[in-house]
Design a binder for this molecule. Structure first.
Ligand SMILES: [Fe+2]
Ligand SMILES: [Fe+2]
Length: 438
């Protein structure tokens, strides 16, 4: 189409005289005009060129106007279609309009002004449709771009979320390792405190499994469990290792300071306020007869009430090196006996319902064997605390060995050897009992 022309009109009539008249009439429109004397010739033009408007005679040999415009709609749906027809073809014309093949029809002979005005309307309609089509396509493309952008953005958010999650997990892991290291430091001076703390933490995790705490409160209790007796480092060893019942009144006075000393150890660590409180009150009794502040009932922080139960259970059940079912059931019975006086009765019920005691039982019927670090295997259960030659506490009895634990033991063994045989339960016959994971 010439650059200065916006539209191309195709005129189709087997009568060349009529075509000439139409061309003359449309000259004032400043459009590109092409003509065809048959349907077949017209279809070829439509296939090759963009046509805004086709005006076709109805009666032509070979192909009627209605047939031509029907095919034109298939090839170029946006082209506006006008049929020139006589009264004799009215039925076929109306049918063609109804089926959408023809947009308008004009009777022959036509009135010039009327024909020109219809053609102008048709060209405007073509422009509007073309603009609509252009805008629809543009919107589609922009939508696709937006969808693509949103997907890329979501992908980036997902990637960053995964990265943050991984970093959080690593931070959390190294945080807990640091807490365990604190517990180990205490164990350098007070051998049993470190293993006791690890078992109390394992018990607390089991009991927490039956409660509905949020992640922060859960972690506070676990951290407090590892550190609950850290204050014992500040009192004489001879008193720190004694059970309360074996202490003289003066010794009791000294021993009873360890929860407050423990709280002061973590007092200045940002975010440890709740942990400090749990440590301070882990020897408070439910009936207000505990220490150091004689708090009563639910005024005692929940974490402290949890630790009091786990602490007492561990002291009672682990008097023997290898607690048997009798020792464990004795420890559970003791919790029931003091439920409501020493311990929160609801928590004792939860403790009993979770059958935690049996999870601390390890079948000793096949004995205990001593192994070198390199002979340890995943799944073995430690029967006696593992310590290095320098008395660095590594794992408590009851811990079920994982590959990671064995790897850490081997690394520490390389710098600070474990000279005594590592005692594990002989598992030549497998027990179905669950084992405590430290
Ligand atoms: Fe304590
Ligand atoms: Fe304790």
């Amino acid at each position: 189409m010439p650059a200065d022309k916006k539209h191309r009109i195709l005129l189709v009539d087997d009568d060349e005289g009529i075509l000439k008249s139409l061309v003359r009439l449309l000259k004032e429109l400043e459009v590109d005009i092409v003509t065809a004397t048959s349907g077949a010739e017209a279809l070829k033009i439509i296939k090759d060129q963009e046509v805004s408007l086709i005006v076709s005679d109805q009666r032509m040999p070979g192909m009627t106007g209605v047939e031509l415009l029907g095919q034109c709609r298939e090839i170029s749906p946006n082209t506006i279609r006008i049929l020139l027809t006589g009264y004799a073809d009215l039925d076929a014309t109306v049918n063609a309009i109804n089926t959408g093949s023809v947009r308008y029809y004009l009777n022959k002979p036509w009135e010039d002004d009327f024909l020109l005005s219809r053609i102008r309307d048709s060209l405007e309609l073509f422009e509007t449709s073309a603009e609509n089509l252009r805008l629809t396509e543009l919107t589609k493309k922009q939508n696709q771009k937006l969808i693509g952008f949103a997907q890329t953005l979501q992908q980036k958010v997902d990637e960053q979320t995964d990265e943050i999650k991984t970093q959080n997990m690593e931070l959390k892991k190294s945080f807990m390792e640091t807490i365990k290291a604190f517990s180990t430091i205490v164990g350098l001076r007070l051998q049993d405190v470190a293993s006791h703390s690890q078992r109390v933490a394992a018990l607390a995790k089991m009991l927490l499994g039956g409660l509905d705490l949020n992640e922060k409160d859960y972690q506070d209790v676990v951290v407090a469990a590892y550190l609950h007796d850290i204050g014992k480092i500040g009192i004489p060893s001879a008193i720190a290792v004694k059970a309360s019942d074996d202490c003289s009144p003066h010794e009791k006075e000294v021993l009873y300071k360890h929860p407050i000393l423990g709280q002061s150890c973590v007092y200045n660590i940002s975010g440890f306020e709740e942990i400090g409180l749990i440590i301070r009150h882990h020897h408070e009794c439910f009936d207000g007869t505990g220490y150091p502040d004689r708090l009563i009932g639910e005024k005692i922080p929940l974490g402290s009430r949890i630790l009091h139960i786990c602490d007492a259970f561990d002291h009672t059940s682990h008097k023997a090196d290898y607690p048997d079912l009798k020792a464990l059931s004795h420890a559970t019975a003791s919790l029931h006996r003091y439920a409501g006086s020493h311990f929160d009765p609801d928590l004792v019920k939860t403790f009993a319902s979770l059958d935690i005691a049996s999870q601390f039982y390890h079948d000793n019927s096949h004995g205990v064997i001593g192994l070198k670090p390199e002979d340890l295997r995943e799944g073995m259960v430690v029967a006696m605390d593992i310590r290095t030659v320098n008395n660095v506490f590594l794992l408590p009895k009851g811990a079920k060995l994982s590959t990671g634990m064995i790897g850490r033991i081997m690394k520490i063994h390389a710098v600070d050897p474990i000279i005594e045989a590592i005692r594990v339960y002989n598992q030549s016959v497998k027990t179905e009992k669950e084992h405590v994971s430290a």
